[in-house]
Design a binder for this molecule. Structure first.
Ligand SMILES: [Cu+2]
Length: 146
């Protein structure tokens, strides 16, 4: 009987670890933020007009999903645009992605990133890939809330 209790307790412990631990360690699936990179070198988001305003929560894990078209200029390897926040470059907030040729469906690229623990307003932009006319205006406002 005692042996059976021990087996039961062991099994319960294993079950708790298998069920509870992953949700604590991995948390919820990251929030997906859909961003379009257009052929005429702008970032756009559904439901917004003009340059996107992206609200993030400090410490949150987000998945940035870019649907991208090539601009008139791009790098030799086909890299079309980047999305960079200069202040957080060292934390991975400088990602590069390819874009599709006109007439083809956009190329989708995802990046999972942790929002820096520094609330404030930041400028994100295509700062490292020269994508053609309008390149300097390829920007988004990123608001990190505490
Ligand atoms: Cu650019």
């Amino acid at each position: 009987m005692q042996r059976m209790n021990r087996v039961l307790i062991f099994n319960l412990t294993v079950a708790i670890f298998l069920i509870v631990l992953p949700s604590v360690v991995f948390g919820q699936a990251p929030r997906v933020i859909e961003i379009t990179a257009t052929h005429d070198n702008h970032f756009r988001m559904a439901g917004q007009k003009g340059d996107p305003v992206i609200e993030l929560k400090a410490g949150e894990v987000v998945k940035l999903r870019f649907s991208s078209m090539k601009g008139p200029e791009f790098e030799k390897d086909g890299t079309a645009h980047d999305f960079t926040i200069k202040e957080f470059k060292d934390q991975g907030w400088s990602v590069r992605f390819k874009g599709a040729d006109p007439g083809k469906p956009p190329i989708v690229t995802e990046f999972t990133l942790v929002v820096p623990n520094k609330p404030g307003e930041y400028k994100a932009g295509c700062f490292t890939v020269k994508c053609g006319k309008g390149h300097d205006d390829m920007v988004a406002k990123v608001i990190i809330k505490s």
